[in-house]
Write a protein that binds this ligand. Sequence first.
Ligand code: AMP
Length: 190
Amino acid sequence: MINLVLFGKPGAGKGTQANFLKEKYNLKHISTGDVFRYNIKNGTELGTLAKSYIDKGDLVPDEVTIDMLKAEVEKNPEANGFIFDGFPRTNAQAEALDELMTEKNMKIHATIALEADDEVLIKRLLERGKVSGRSDDQDENKIRNRFEEYNEKTAPLMQYYKEQGKFHSVNGIGSIEEITERLSKVIAAL
Ligand code: AMP
């Protein structure tokens, strides 16, 4: 079993790469952003709650996000392993994930960050916004707020995983295939 955390700023390519890695390594991909968007689309209570934060580019509160993530893991008892994409994003989430893993006799094998400059990411996100229609990708102020949330709350997790000897990073600029290759090298060396 292998459990990976894909780490990186909005637009770094976590979702794109997770889609390749899940096929290659037969893993279950959990994107908390996708789960929130699915709930918004279906008008659930969770969706209504999450929408008010997502629309501003703020993080959804930890308790809500952690409960949702646990439920997603528990829906997949047969999984060969997981790729966590967009989770954890705060210290409390990272600790909750470790607790969940311990509870289930599982562990996080590696956290891999996709590195790219803000200006490149902003351009990518604005382009993606035109295609996806995601409102949080269409407004530069919201995008900048998401980066601020990242810098303030998520970036410190690099240290959290470094202390556990689990932090890796790869250059997130290049073709999709090149980046998959870089990630695969890290995974192969685990
Ligand atoms: P993403 O699709 O990963 O870019 O996430 C889109 C939005 O969903 C974020 O800007 C947050 O508002 C919310 N979200 C996704 N994952 C999390 C998380 N782990 N913690 C809090 N909010 C999240």
